[in-house]
Write a protein that binds this ligand. Structure first.
Ligand code: NAP
Length: 368
């Protein structure tokens, strides 16, 4: 029944921002057409959705149907396998949306349930369930963060005036959506150009929201010690990424003293931070998602090196005219067929502004 899976999806979303790098999962237990238990994965390391649903049961689950957005796990991680709890509680049917691509689970969860005599329905509202976990599906298979390139531009395509002013291109409702994205993503990345121009905080101002880990691409560690970012690095984790062969150790010590972590991603053949090396390192740090709020220079490199998975273009209802800064700068193309290709996923309206959500199609970026 769709309404039960819709409820499971709604529950799964409550975990947004808190269960990285785990997936968002919701579960609903139904008996005689009534919900008798429901739950979601609320926080990394806590109970999974199925066990939370079982914990909340108002009556025994024997003979009931479980609706779950993702294939139940069958391995012991931070929590015991959910398949065990499902079997022990006498659930007779399990309806699932997404397959779990995690190699520890992939198909085995279903197999264990079926071997225990439970009827399993797969791929029920799969598209809607899959949409919950773009980040998880990417991270679990590629081991690098899912990158969302976000920018706010005027109706004539500028992200700042010629003098570098960008406050504010979009309205309050659009900016509130950006705060939700900051809460949703584990990291936020900008280039040193944006830090020097805007002195941003790059925090999350959503009530009850979670601050993302700040990542600044800054080859020669130009970030000022009196920038908002350095001044708050002890409260909000901050990684500054350098890209020089011979590092200035005293400068690193200075930054570390104010709470900044410095990592190096140097490649003699690349100007600036080696972004693919950076993505591997961030993946190893278990950072599964990044909101890229770079200026046009960093955005251009991010596209060129193929690290962008999604684009969120906010279009404000203003025109700057004349010259200005663009969302993607760098070296442009001569031929239209050489464009970076996007697939439109969604259009959302915020008053007079719109947000266009695109998925990146793999094409002309440099392949790893
Ligand atoms: N409206 C919006 O959504 C929005 C968002 C962000 C920024 N902005 C505006 O954009 C302007 C700043 O743009 P920007 O292009 O100067 O800044 P940026 O893209 O944030 O930073 C560029 C700098 O990052 C460093 N960098 C390190 N590794 C890099 C790499 N692999 N590729 C590219 N750059 C790398 C380079 O400096 P080093 O060589 O020293 O490392 C480079 O000059 C400001 O006016 C700001 O207000 C607007």
């Amino acid at each position: 029944m769709e309404k039960f899976m819709c409820r499971a999806i709604e529950l799964a979303k409550k975990g947004e921002g808190f269960c990285h790098p785990n997936p968002l999962v919701g579960a609903v237990i139904v008996k005689d057409g009534r919900i008798i238990g429901e739950g979601y994965h609320a926080r990394y390391g806590d109970l999974h959705a199925e066990r939370n649903a079982i914990k909340s049961l108002t009556e025994p689950a024997a003979g009931a149907t479980l609706y779950c957005t993702l294939e139940p796990c069958c391995h012991t991680g931070k929590q015991p396998p959910c398949t065990e709890a499902i079997i022990e509680n006498g659930i007779k049917k399990v309806v699932v949306g997404s397959d779990d691509p995690n190699e520890l689970v992939r198909g085995k969860g279903f197999e264990i349930l079926e071997n225990a005599g439970i009827e399993v329905v797969r791929h029920f509202m799969k598209e809607e369930c899959d949409a919950l976990n773009d980040i998880f599906f990417h991270y679990i298979s590629k081991k690098t963060p899912y990158v969302i390139m976000k920018y706010a531009m005027t109706a004539d395509g500028k992200i700042a005036t010629e003098t570098g002013k960008s406050k504010w291109i979009t309205n309050e409702a659009s900016r509130a959506e950006v705060q939700r994205l900051r809460h949703r993503c584990m990291g936020i990345m900008a280039g040193i150009g944006t830090v020097l121009a805007d002195d941003p905080m790059l925090n999350c101002r959503l009530e009850g929201g979670k601050d993302p880990i700040r990542i600044i691409a800054d080859s020669s560690l130009r970030i000022p010690l009196d920038s908002q970012i350095c001044k708050t690095a002890k409260e909000q984790r901050t990684i500054v990424v350098s890209a020089v062969k011979n590092e200035d150790v005293s400068r690193i010590r200075e930054l570390e003293a104010v709470g900044v972590e410095v990592i190096n991603c140097y490649d003699p053949n690349i100007h600036g931070v080696d972004l693919r090396c950076l993505m591997r390192k961030l993946g190893e740090m278990k950072i599964d998602s990044i909101l890229l709020e770079g200026g046009g220079t960093l955005n251009a490199s991010a596209l060129k090196y193929g690290i962008v998975n999604e684009v969120r273009a906010f279009v404000g209802s203003k025109i700057f005219a004349g010259k200005g800064r663009f969302p993607v700068e760098g070296t442009g193309i001569d031929e239209v067929e050489d464009s970076y290709r996007l697939k439109l996923k969604d259009i959302e309206r915020f008053g007079d502004d719109v947000m266009l959500t695109y998925r990146r199609e793999v094409d002309r970026c440099l392949q790893a």
